[in-house]
Design a protein around this ligand. Sequence first.
Ligand code: HEC
Ligand code: HEC
Length: 452
Amino acid sequence: MLTKNLVVLSIGFIGFVFSLSAQILTPTSKAAKDPGVRGGPAGAGLPIPGLTPGQQAFFNAGMDAFLEIDSVQGTIPGTGSGLGPTFNLDSCGGCHAQPATGGSAPATNPQIAVAGKQGASNSIPSFISANGPVREARFKFNSDGSRDGGVHGLFTIGGRSDAPGCSLAQPDFASALTSGNVIFRIPTPTFGTGLIEAIPDSGVLANKSANQGAKQMLGISGRENRNGNDGTITRFGWKAQNKSLQLFAGEAYNVEQGVTNEIFPNERSEAPGCRFNGDPEDATHFDSVTPTGTPSDLVLFTVFMRFLAPPAPAPDTSSIVNGRNLFSQIGCGFCHTPSLQTGDSSAAALSHVTVNLYSDLLLHDMGPGLADNILQGGASGSEFRTAPLWGLGQRIFFLHDGRTKDLIEAIGAHASPSTTAGTGSEATRVIGNFNQLSEGQKQDLLNFLRSL
Ligand code: HEC
Ligand code: HEC
């Protein structure tokens, strides 16, 4: 045990002192194991504390809109309108569901049922399964060899009883799979995203320049993704490609559900015979007599997510405390920064709050093992935003494509040496440190991750 600790020490770096007393807390040699999805209450899906009554009312209306199921023309009782012509699901809340509304992919994939809803004639692509993650698909290249990178809707409204006369084929996913032209993304959770939005760029940059020496010794750099027009730091999505919650909501409404809106007013598919509504399909209700009835869904989605509280972590145990220390000592925390601060916000509830997101919001080169060859903003094919780890305890699927349900595999996938396909992962040395830990120490670290 002690010899092992000394090995860890020697591969550590100057400035980091391992506390040996902390490391003998769990003197087991049993192989470390991901404890799995944490049971108990969700501890997520609630509004952030300190909202005004008006903000609370809009939050509630926003949650209703987020959960609303859309049909093509809104003619099916209880549905909104605008679905399709192409789509991945018919509500925000269906994909962002685990462990509560706003979260990530649920245990049972709702994409199986939606494929045949209302008589639709969609086939299920091979990468979608009943117990697998919700997925959207991006194509790397167009047939002429130029870059694509965009999302190709899995399903169409063809055959649905509320889309009479529409005939529209699904993309040819089988061929795209055979030629290696398709990649997948799973939903990122939206808990606490209003706080992420409220972190000033200066806070992201100050954290980026902190601990430079130690980061360099581990091979960690990282850079921000920026909006091409206003030059500010973008922070949402797997590649930090999107500027704001409202922009993401507008894009998601059109891309995931096919609902045109005031930010994305044009249909992605203008197939003849498959258009049933005027654009934008979601718009401000100018003649509403209630305040919460006036904004478009787009605004309501945004308010809901902006005021959605971060997930509550589990209470500390000695193993969790030890795991948290190890997480920092071996270098995970240089990318997964435990906390950043919000600045002055026009909403008091979001002003000057410590945000325990476990991310630096920067892009890191993760090497050929995770690379998806999709360019977004300044992000290269192998760069990803450090995934925020809050809420990890109740997540089912991990990494941008949902390739694993096992935290040990998710950690292992961070390491990838450089090959002819690209430079190595910035995380390779930190994962080397992880591999040097005793099984008991690894267990503490996993217990800590599942406490988040
Ligand atoms: C078919 C499933 C699906 C549906 C429906 C869906 N999303 Fe998502 N959502 C995703 C995926 C996948 C991502 C990650 C996309 C990426 O970065 O490539 C995501 C990411 C997001 C993010 C970014 C959060 C962050 O921190 O990165 C926001 C915000 C969001 N979605 C909002 C919405 C809203 C609002 C709706 C409804 C209009 C919606 N989503 C509907 C799958 C879905
Ligand atoms: C060089 C920066 C970097 C370091 C160091 C790093 N990570 Fe990550 N981590 C990332 C990025 C980027 C992702 C997203 C990768 C992807 O999805 O392709 C990620 C994803 C994850 C995920 C999956 C989260 C999700 O939302 O699916 C877990 C768990 C995780 N990291 C844990 C760790 C642990 C534990 C360590 C230390 C042993 C560590 N990371 C070190 C950058 C880093």
